[in-house]
Each structure stands twice: as structure tokens, then as C-alpha cells.
Design a protein around this ligand. Structure first.
Ligand code: UDP
Length: 138
């Protein structure tokens, strides 16, 4: 999975009509979409996906948010994909996100921050396999 990362346009990004603009920014930044779908996470899905955060005070709110509507899940390919995509999305809190990053442009708060990006090659592989079968990745 080296050179691949996993992303979601979160429910706020979909609700606010930013799917097209976010995908345009992603592809214009040199990422190739190798898998993509509109889907909705169940509570069990979100609890599993974010299990690393299950002791954190924001966990309940995060699960509630991530399951309240559809998301766009996608696998992206580019040299240095994980790190370059984290740069493209910006800091978790949009108030700290660099100008021009996806979160600076489209996030509304620390929790509702428009997009997810994997934080390691290992997690990119795990998260991609969580949402896509092998035959859905091109
Ligand atoms: N989050 C939150 N409150 C916090 C920290 C994180 O609601 O204080 C949410 C936010 O949606 C974030 C997700 O939990 O994107 C995962 O947190 P992480 O620290 O992994 O941030 P990321 O890798 O998404 O920037």
C-alpha cells in the first residue's frame, strides 16, 4: 500500500455541497483516485474505524457525527501519498489549518472538519480494506 492513502469526505463536507470542490482539489494536487464510493457508516462501523479514540472525551460525538449522513470514501495514489495528503488537508482544527488547505477552506470546526486522511501507510491499508474489497481498488 505504499504510495496510497485513504480518505473520507465526512458528512459535513457532503451536506455542505463540497464533494466536487474537494475532489477537484485532490486530483489537481496529483492524486489518482483508485477507489471511490458514496456510503454511510453504521454506529458499529464508526466505533471500529475510530477505535483508537474510544477513550477520548469526544468519541461519542465523533461516532454520532460520522454516522449522521453519507460520506465519500476513496483510496488515493501518489508518490508519498500519506504525508502529502495530510499536508493538503491541513491541521485537525481548521483554525490552525494552513491557508488553502482543504480544512481551511471547508471545515467548520475541530470535529466537523470536512475530510479524513490516513496517518500512516499501515493505517491507509487497514482503512482502505475496511471500506473496499480488493476488486474495487484499481
Ligand atoms: N476530533 C474531535 N475533537 C478532538 C480531536 C479530534 O472531534 O479534540 C475528531 C475530528 O473529526 C478528527 C477525528 O476526531 O478528524 C480524528 O482525530 P485525529 O486526532 O486522528 O485527527 P486527524 O488525523 O483526523 O487530523
Amino acid at each position: 500500500m505504499t504510495n496510497r492513502t485513504f480518505t473520507m469526505i465526512k458528512p459535513d463536507g457532503v451536506e455542505n455541497g463540497h464533494i466536487g470542490a474537494i475532489l477537484e482539489k485532490i486530483t489537481a494536487s496529483g492524486f489518482r483516485i483508485v477507489a471511490m464510493k458514496l456510503t454511510q457508516m453504521t454506529k458499529a462501523d464508526a466505533e471500529t474505524f475510530y477505535a483508537v479514540h474510544n477513550e477520548r472525551p469526544f468519541f461519542g460525538e465523533l461516532v454520532e457525527f460520522m454516522t449522521r449522513g453519507p460520506i465519500v470514501a476513496a483510496v488515493l495514489e501518489k508518490e508519498n501519498a500519506v504525508a502529502d495528503f495530510r499536508t493538503l488537508i491541513g491541521a485537525t482544527n481548521p483554525a490552525d489549518a494552513a491557508e488553502g488547505t482543504i480544512r481551511a477552506l471547508y471545515a467548520t470546526s475541530m470535529g466537523e472538519n470536512a475530510v479524513h486522511g490516513s496517518d500512516s501507510d499501515e493505517n491507509a491499508a487497514i482503512e482502505s480494506a475496511f471500506h473496499f474489497a480488493g476488486r474495487e481498488m484499481f
